[in-house]
Design a protein around this ligand. Structure first.
Ligand SMILES: *[C@@H]1O[C@H](CO)[C@@H](O)[C@H](O)[C@H]1NC(C)=O
Length: 258
């Protein structure tokens, strides 16, 4: 309403620009509304300005969106939930139990790229024969530790990099199947370890394994060659843990020499 009144005033005295200036001073909020009709005379330039400004805003928004997407999807350390996976896999044990058909294994996997280690928690299995466990693969120290929860004992051995995928690769594998829940169906391999002696100095195992095994009886393991597997496993005292940190499932049998 006020604007219309002013334009009428301007129309009455078009030669007096000073009147317009006064009105602008009195009612500052009208300033832009008044100036706009004047600017419309040089619309090609202002149009270009508007377009450039709009483009700049749009590009800034695009850059910000890209940064957000990059941080959210490619830098998992930013968001702890991106490091934790609940995994399920179907597998067959074609060597020891070919008639049993498909079995299922589930576990929780935590991948810590910055500290270069993986933590795996295997719950009590649906069918017996394997112990629940917490496992740490410390790539910085080159060690693997199994905490057998049923026995409440810890076992430490050199990390075997042909069985355990490095954290970055495992993370990429799991992030790709995260939405599908199940990993591709796979097979089981067996390995057998034998206890060699007690670990006295726990600190030498590194901070993460130390935290896992602190206050528990901890033993060193050595790998037993596959040719010895003909021995009756039942004769010795063996416990096995089934786990996966690669595209296949591993059964680690931990045996105490009789
Ligand atoms: C690692 O595991 C593979 C497959 O079981 C085995 O053939 C190899 O001897 C192991 N390497 C070491 C250093 O234990």
């Amino acid at each position: 309403m006020v604007k219309i009144t002013f334009q009428q005033v301007a129309g009455q005295k078009p030669e007096k620009e000073k009147d317009g200036d006064k009105a602008e001073i009195l009612i500052p909020c009208q300033h832009e509304e008044l100036v706009l009709p004047l600017r419309s005379k040089r619309s090609p330039l202002s149009g270009l300005c508007c377009l450039t400004f709009g483009l700049v805003v749009f590009m800034s928004a695009l850059v910000l969106a890209s940064i957000y997407v990059y941080r959210y999807y490619f830098i998992p350390q930013q968001d702890p939930e991106d490091n934790l996976f609940h995994c399920r896999v179907l597998y067959e044990d074609s060597i020891y139990a070919p008639l049993r058909g498909r079995q299922e294994l589930e576990e929780n996997v935590g991948i810590y790229l910055k500290d270069n280690y993986e933590q795996i928690s295997v719950p009590v299995p649906h069918f017996g024969g394997s112990d629940p466990a917490d496992i740490i693969h410390d790539f910085h120290r080159g060690l693997t530790a199994y905490h057998d929860i049923a026995l409440d004992k810890c076992y430490v051995i050199e990390l075997n990099t042909t069985i355990v995928m490095p954290p970055r690769n495992l993370w990429e594998l799991l992030i790709n199947v995260k939405r599908g829940t199940y990993l591709p169906q796979t097979y089981l391999i067996h390995e057998e370890m034998v206890v060699t002696g007690r670990v006295r100095n726990m600190r030498q195992l590194g901070a993460f394994i130390y935290r896992l095994c602190k206050g528990k009886e901890t033993y060193r393991l050595k790998r037993r060659g596959s040719h010895r597997r003909i021995d009756k496993r039942e004769a010795r005292n063996c416990h096995s843990i089934r786990h996966f940190e690669n595209t296949f499932v591993v059964e680690t049998a931990i045996c105490e020499e009789a």
